[in-house]
Design a protein. Structure first.
Length: 280
């Protein structure tokens, strides 16, 4: 069975202050190069990138130097806008832009995050095996996603005994406060570092397009005059669960890191340099 990697790379990088998806990290490598390489090594067959028209030429010029052209496809999210505006309509809309390009199970991720090879291996296995009315989310351990630079926001997953997702609750000020736990500074709640968190590493079948398109049409009707409204993937997932779909949480012991703010760039570069050194 064919499986595809889709990469969300259309963001404006407003908090970062630049197009972080094309910022060089190690030599001329950008962060998503590592995700693509890990995906191909794990057995993914091809890659589709959701981008913006204004970075299309730069992104293509970079990636076509590194990966086979026949395994890469591109779609510009802004060319699928239901209503024209500068700000993209969100990750859920970006996913729906894939409906004419993907007819098989696929993984969708962020361009500006490093997910680790183990996550791609586990998701490739899950997608190929498949289950009826089942989607997937990588279950990262909270302790493998915390920052040394202060508090972070994470979606804490509550799962059943068989690792099916029950709910995701956003915690916006998590900080490691003990050897085995983190604390939400807003509420004082404590969470074991072994808790599962969602890091936007989702496995879907094409069923998600059928589920999502009517939901997005309703969203647009309600928010067409709001220049900041965004339609997110977790909204799609919640709706699918309400319709009887199951989200299986696939445990991974990989370490995650990413770029939200400009200050994160130096940490990411240090981590990638360490990985490159260990691999050589």
């Amino acid at each position: 069975m064919k499986i595809t990697l889709a990469i969300l790379a259309a963001g404006l990088g407003s908090r970062f202050g630049a197009d972080k998806q094309i910022v060089p990290i190690y030599g001329d490598s950008i962060l998503l190069d590592y995700s693509i390489a890990d995906a191909f090594a794990a057995g993914f067959d091809n890659v589709v990138l959701i981008i913006r028209s204004e970075i299309e030429a730069t992104m293509k010029a970079h990636l076509l130097k590194k990966f086979p052209a026949e395994k890469l496809s591109f779609v510009c999210q802004d060319q699928h806008n239901p209503i024209e505006r500068k700000k993209p309509w969100g990750t859920g809309h970006a996913l729906l832009c894939l409906k004419d390009l993907i007819t098989n199970p696929f993984l969708i991720i962020n361009a500006d995050d490093f997910y680790g090879a183990h996550s791609f291996e586990m998701m490739a296995k899950a997608l190929r095996e498949g289950k009826e009315k089942t989607f997937f989310s990588a279950g990262y351990r909270l302790g493998n996603t915390l920052s040394e630079n202060g508090t972070v926001s994470r979606g804490i997953c509550t799962v059943s005994a068989d690792n099916h997702l029950i709910r995701i609750e956003e915690r916006t000020k998590l900080l490691k406060t003990a050897e085995d736990e983190a604390t939400d500074e807003r509420t004082g709640e404590r969470f074991p570092l072994t808790s599962f968190v969602s890091m936007n590493f989702w496995g879907f079948t094409p069923d998600i397009f059928r589920i999502g398109l009517p939901l997005f049409e309703t969203f647009i009707a309600e928010h067409k005059d709001d220049p900041k409204a965004e339609f997110y993937i977790p909204t799609l997932v919640s709706h699918a669960m309400e319709q009887g779909y199951v989200v299986a949480v696939v445990p991974t012991e990989a370490v995650w890191f990413g770029m939200t703010y400009k200050e994160d760039l130096e940490l990411v570069r240090r981590e990638i340099e360490r990985i490159e050194t260990n691999n050589n």
